[in-house]
Write a protein that binds this ligand. Structure first.
Ligand SMILES: [Cu+2]
Length: 145
């Protein structure tokens, strides 16, 4: 009986997720918008403690949230959508203006400075398991785009 119970407990321990690998998020912010503006950029630093991939996200403030990349092409800054952003173990990946960023598409309302914008990131582990990561990004007003 005791042995069976021990096996049962061991089984449960193995079945429950091990201390989940996670991603540390620093300095999350969103660019405050002008009235009527339909898109906004989101920025943050991501440091994964195992090889993982950012595969998407969502936010209640916009219809969709895309992963974007700015690229200089023939002297013109172009924005490209990315399917995923690799987060190599221990390396800090910076989403920042003029580079990789999150793009809130179809804003439902103006984003005002100081407003807290909830963001849910979808992170895929090396084994294919996906986890959601809740982040709160503060809206900031910045001079230039
Ligand atoms: Cu963009």
């Amino acid at each position: 009986m005791q042995r069976t119970l021990l096996h049962l407990l061991l089984g449960l321990a193995l079945a429950s997720p091990a201390l989940a690998d996670t991603v540390k998020v620093d300095n999350a912010w969103v660019r405050a918008t002008a009235p009527g503006q339909k898109v906004a950029g989101g920025f943050m630093s991501l440091t994964a403690d195992a090889d993982m991939t950012l595969v998407g996200g969502s936010s209640p403030v916009s219809k969709s949230l895309e992963l974007h990349f700015m690229k200089m092409e023939n002297g013109i800054m172009e924005m490209r959508q990315m399917k995923e952003i690799p987060l190599p173990k221990g390396k800090t990946v910076s989403l920042e203006p003029g580079d990789l960023h999150l793009m809130f598409i179809g804003l439902k309302a103006q984003i005002k400075p100081g407003q807290k914008v909830p963001v849910t990131l979808l992170i895929k582990a090396a084994d294919g398991k996906e986890q959601k990561l809740s982040v709160e990004a503060e809206a900031r007003k910045t001079g230039s785009h």
